[in-house]
Design a protein around this ligand. Structure first.
Ligand SMILES: *Cc1c(COP(=O)(O)O)cnc(C)c1O
Length: 363
């Protein structure tokens, strides 16, 4: 076995102990005589798996009892439509902050559906090199919700704090930072996340929704998008993404076994600090993101020379440091250092960066 360090933004690395446990159980799960992939989602064995997954996530994130946990399909992108369709009826209008590509797509989707939505803040004119500052007075008091993307995967930015939205429910896309550190769930009306960044393989979308927000869905909403239907059916209105939920359960179990999100955060802080401290200590590489908006999960940097950037990503790949090329829309480099990336992976990256800088002087 020769596993490399995979810095992909998603799908991305999974913890090795999780993969090993999944491998050991792949063909025959417990006493069931079959693989989890072959199981009816209505069988007692599977019921136990999905219930354990929810219970473990609740413990991990300290999710209050008045929140529902939904295991859905369609990716985070499907929630761009589901969010307004489930919530807009509360007041008839909604506000958005646009801090990068995904929050821009969420805003556009709501516009496309014909809703009264307003972009109250954006950092587009600064190439999204920081997140907007959001204060209560910027939000329309009769907005059904404010939508934000908490961690901007492509630009490598994150809100340093949860914005205070007063009585307006905060809806947040946490796809690329979920379970990387403790968050106060009670500050949010809705949290959603695609699983393939930090939680599981692709195919699962997590929605955590406050119960009182389940009563505002449009009458014409497609059943599959309606959170209330999914909540009432324990995420089993139809066939859920069974195997991916099982993988998520193994990931939750792994984080609980190492000490939960406090320990996870400590490890993530240490990894990010190693990389950012190096970036701040030299001037060969430039980290474009403003310090107060830096993401702990996605670290972006450039050499300032597009050809060198290309060479960097290619040579790093050959050295076993894969997928460091930045998003196709922004170029440069991006190191995604999610929960499953070991500290040694970031050490190897920094060593490579030093070596590359020494061997490729800029003129
Ligand atoms: C990856 C990503 C998405 C898109 O997720 P899909 O599951 O591919 O739809 C949305 N938002 C954020 C923040 C992401 O990182």
């Amino acid at each position: 076995m020769n596993r490399i360090y995979n810095f992909s933004a998603g799908p991305s690395m999974l913890p090795l102990p999780v993969l090993e446990k999944a491998a050991a159980e792949l063909v025959c799960y417990g006493e069931s005589g079959m693989s989890v992939m072959e199981m009816s989602h209505r069988s007692p064995d599977y019921e136990a798996i999905i219930q354990d997954a929810e219970a473990m996530l609740r413990r991990l994130m300290n999710i209050p009892d008045n929140y529902k946990v939904l295991f859905l399909q369609g990716g985070a992108s499907t929630q761009f439509a589901a969010v307004p369709m489930n919530l807009i009826k509360r007041t008839g209008k909604a506000d958005y902050a646009v801090s990068g590509q995904f929050s821009g797509k969420a805003f556009k989707e709501a516009q496309k559906l014909g809703y009264d939505v307003k972009c109250i803040a954006t950092t587009k004119e600064d190439n999204f090199d920081h997140v907007p500052t959001i204060t209560k007075d910027m939000i329309r008091p009769d907005a059904a919700y404010l939508h934000i993307c908490f961690n901007n995967t492509i630009y490598g930015t994150k809100y340093p704090e949860i914005p205070d939205t007063g009585d307006v429910p905060l809806v947040a896309d946490l796809s690329s930072c979920i379970i990387s550190e403790p968050v106060d769930v009670s500050r949010f009306g809705v949290i959603y996340a695609g699983a393939q960044k930090n939680m599981a393989p692709a195919g699962l979308t997590l929605v955590i929704v406050r119960e009182d927000l389940l009563d505002y869905a449009e009458e014409k909403i497609p059943t599959m998008l309606e959170w209330k239907t999914m909540a009432e059916n324990g995420s089993m209105y139809n066939t859920p993404p069974c195997y991916t939920i099982y993988m998520a359960k193994l990931v939750y179990e792994w984080i609980l076994s190492i000490g939960g999100l406090d320990v996870m955060k400590e490890m993530n802080v240490k990894k990010a600090a190693l990389l950012y401290d190096y970036l701040d200590s030299q001037d060969y590489y430039i980290a474009p993101v403003k310090k107060e908006s830096r993401s702990m999960m996605n670290v972006t940097f450039v050499t300032g020379d597009a050809d060198l950037d290309k060479k960097f990503a290619s040579e790093a790949g050959k050295a076993g440091l894969k997928n460091l090329k930045g998003h196709r829309s922004v170029g440069g480099m991006r190191a995604s250092i999610y929960n499953a990336m070991p500290y040694e992976g970031v050490e190897a990256l920094v060593a490579f960066m030093k070596d590359f800088a020494a061997k490729n002087p800029k003129n």
